[in-house]
Design a protein around this ligand. Sequence first.
Ligand SMILES: Cc1cc2nc3c(=O)[nH]c(=O)nc-3n(C[C@H](O)[C@H](O)[C@H](O)COP(=O)(O)OP(=O)(O)OC[C@H]3O[C@@H](n4cnc5c(N)ncnc54)[C@H](O)[C@@H]3O)c2cc1C
Ligand code: FES
Length: 258
Amino acid sequence: MDFRERIIKTETLSKDIHLIRIRSERITDSAIPGQFVNVRCCSGLDAYLRRPISICRVCRSDKTFDIAYMKRGKGTSLLCNFREGDAIDVIGPLGSGFTMPEAGEKIAVVGGGIGIFPLLYLVNSCNDVDKTVFLGFRSKDAVVLKDDFERSSNKLVIATDDGTFGIKGFVTGPFYDWLKTNRPDKVYTCGPLPMIKSVAEYCIERDIFCEVSMEQRMGCGIGACLVCACKVKEGLDFGYARVCRDGPVFRAERLLFE
Ligand SMILES: Cc1cc2nc3c(=O)[nH]c(=O)nc-3n(C[C@H](O)[C@H](O)[C@H](O)COP(=O)(O)OP(=O)(O)OC[C@H]3O[C@@H](n4cnc5c(N)ncnc54)[C@H](O)[C@@H]3O)c2cc1C
Ligand code: FES
């Protein structure tokens, strides 16, 4: 099957973060927030395995969707070579999505680093919902998509590790302060492991619905190789779930962060 689609636009959002807009009726018609695409980063054998990247924004009328990625290793460096008009091989939408809030509900979204990308699609897709968004970045230079989050949320709080933008320190600090006087119906989180673990445990202790999107390393992306396995509770015992097929979104109570 041919998974090639056309690139409509590429954009540099910060030194290491880039965005690609792709036209695809196949993907935009069925994508839901929390899902990802598996991208072929080049046509040769370099970075042969596809790389999973979250769907960050969808425009159904234009049949386009955005992916935003951090340049890290071979695969994402090769992605930087793509230009407007090029064909790109993308399989998707893949994985499970977030449980969408109901109208009138209050939600909190906690994202860190590359974990903010699936959360933008989520907040953009919630209507009649009270949305408070907490985003954490390393420093001012790494802050991206601020205006987009601002437009689609009721309140946006940004924290940077070094204090060069917003509140100084980890984003969990202002989120826990906010929880002292607010009780959201649902919390959604994605980002570095220590952050999502802390948010998940905090919500479980307070009996707050929480969903976590896991960004595990992947191999096949289609449930066959178990490279993406993560430890989950199974009754009184434990088992392994495949992030690519059973996730990437999981209820916080199900995950064993070990
Ligand atoms: C469901 C899902 C959604 C994702 N969405 C996004 C997204 O929207 N934007 C984005 O920038 N990245 C996202 N990622 C992470 C992205 O897939 C990896 O950064 C990418 O595969 C790295 O490939 P590479 O060849 O450039 O780096 P590699 O050469 O493979 O690795 C370079 C460095 O990145 C680390 N790394 C590799 N894979 C991952 C991973 N899955 N998670 C964390 N660290 C990793 C390695 O440990 C290494 O330090 C997502 C991952 C998953 C599983
Ligand atoms: S990546 Fe192969 S099973 Fe998930």
